[in-house]
Design a protein around this ligand. Structure first.
Ligand SMILES: Cc1cc2nc3c(=O)[nH]c(=O)nc-3n(C[C@H](O)[C@H](O)[C@H](O)COP(=O)(O)OP(=O)(O)OC[C@H]3O[C@@H](n4cnc5c(N)ncnc54)[C@H](O)[C@@H]3O)c2cc1C
Length: 406
């Protein structure tokens, strides 16, 4: 039986429509070699003007900022709409594969920013300064110090530097924020424009993709050439995958309205990770927690208080008029009250963690209709770096699929 699609293209099914599945599907569809169908139980969409208003904030210019929640999909079923997301490398100096994927994604998002690409009238990518505050100097120089541009390293006290308390070293460089929910909606729209098809369905096993595509109007042959598995935490439950290495990594974040924030700030070291990510639409993500194997979807109020308190120390400009080093600054207690007034939502998301790292490999499963073998390329388990490495991993999966010709 031929796996040629009537247009001469082979049929590829991508399971999952998070940032990794959508990127992978788009790369394959745009290659011109494949007709791609995405099968997913969820899809991120931009909130409509008719959706429920979560918060209204009076802006300083008198206008009203209206917030509708872009992350309404059950958090344990999809990570992508909950991510910030900023490009700050999480690849170790020895992890060349992740470095490569992060570099390729950096190139892709810098092109989107350069071209002023927007979706729903808002920028998808924002270029800004990234500030990494180290509580202790890193033992070795991180690889990306040689990759990013306009890198500036300062030690506490050097040239009058005045860091938040407990910080030894500050590293500033040019980076990008990807508005993750908006980017997902954009990727889906580009995928459909390129001729891709989307089917909303919850799979109990990957082999069921065969039954699903058999019902589509795809031309003469519906034989699947390959399935790309981008189901992230779903891979733990699919009957023909059952990857017990997958586990959620809980992240609680606070979303505030603070359009004046023009940099990302990350504190490295200490008991809890803390970061500030402006999404380019007036909203800012204040994080967060990183709790492996924690399935708790409930908001922890003490965590919210700590996040607000500690991110304010890192980024005093969250509250105009609060300048801790100035004698005429408003007191911190008042600044915290003002910050709380600008809270739009508190969210809990789950990174798709995997013991052993990302699964990027081929395997074989059995199709539920033909009972014959189908090639699967797995591309899941991107934990806390799935957005900033998504384009690179999509390209890797594509390179694993295309036949090499000498
Ligand atoms: C609080 C928080 C902050 C983060 N910050 C960053 C950051 O700054 N930078 C960064 O790069 N990353 C960040 N991340 C991580 C990032 O969100 C993930 O790595 C990324 O979203 C993973 O994308 P994915 O497409 O693999 O998975 P997901 O987004 O989880 O998508 C999985 C897809 O598979 C589908 N699926 C699953 N099971 C089935 C099934 N049985 N049948 C059909 N469909 C199925 C789902 O519907 C969904 O469409 C953060 C995450 C969190 C929670």
């Amino acid at each position: 039986m031929s796996s040629q699609y009537s247009s001469g293209k082979q049929l590829v099914v991508v399971a999952g429509a998070g940032v990794v599945g959508l990127s992978t599907a788009l790369v394959m569809q745009q290659s011109g070699l494949y007709q791609v169908v995405i099968v997913s139980d969820h899809l991120v969409s931009v909130p409509a003007s008719t959706d429920k208003v979560i918060a209204r904030i009076k802006a300083s210019n008198g206008s009203e900022f209206v917030f509708r929640d872009p992350a309404t999909i059950p958090a344990l079923e999809m990570a992508s709409p909950y991510a910030g997301a900023h490009w700050r490398s999480l690849a170790t100096n020895s992890d060349v594969l992740l470095q490569q994927c992060e570099k390729e994604t950096f190139g892709r998002i810098s092109a989107l920013e350069k071209d002023n690409v927007t979706f729903d009238g808002k920028p998808i990518v924002t270029k800004l300064k990234g500030m990494d505050y180290y509580m202790q100097k890193p033992l070795e120089t991180p690889w990306y110090f040689d990759f990013v541009s306009k890198l500036k390293i300062q030690k506490e006290g050097q040239d009058g530097a005045d860091f938040p308390s407990g910080i030894e070293l500050a590293v500033e460089y040019d980076t990008f924020v990807i508005n993750s929910p908006l980017y997902c909606a954009y990727l889906h729209s580009e995928f459909i424009k390129s001729g891709g098809q989307f089917v909303k369905s919850k799979l109990s096993k990957l082999g069921d993709c065969e039954t699903i595509v058999s019902k589509l109007n795809l031309g003469s042959s519906k034989r699947i050439h390959a399935i790309i598995n981008c189901t992230a935490l779903g891979s733990k439950h699919l009957a023909d995958i059952k990857d017990n290495n997958m586990h959620p990594v809980r992240g609680q974040v606070v979303i505030v309205y603070a359009p004046q924030i023009k940099r990302t700030v990350t504190k490295l070291g200490g008991p809890a990770m803390r970061y500030v990510i402006p999404r380019g639409d007036g909203t800012v993500i204040l994080g967060g927690t990183h709790l492996p194997n924690n399935f708790d979807t409930q908001i922890d109020n003490d965590t919210t208080t700590s996040i607000l308190n500690e991110t304010l120390d890192l980024t005093p400009e969250l509250v105009p008029g609060y300048k801790p080093s100035c004698p005429n600054s408003i007191p911190k207690s008042q600044a915290l009250q003002l910050l709380r007034k600008n809270v739009l939502a508190v969210k809990v998301g789950f990174r798709p963690g995997r013991t052993g790292g990302v699964r990027l490999e081929k395997s074989i499963i059995t199709g539920s209709l033909s009972n014959s073998s189908i090639t699967v390329i797995h591309n899941y388990g991107h934990s806390g770096f799935g957005v900033q490495s998504s384009w690179g991993f999509a390209n890797m999966a594509y390179r694993m699929l295309i036949p090499y010709k000498l």
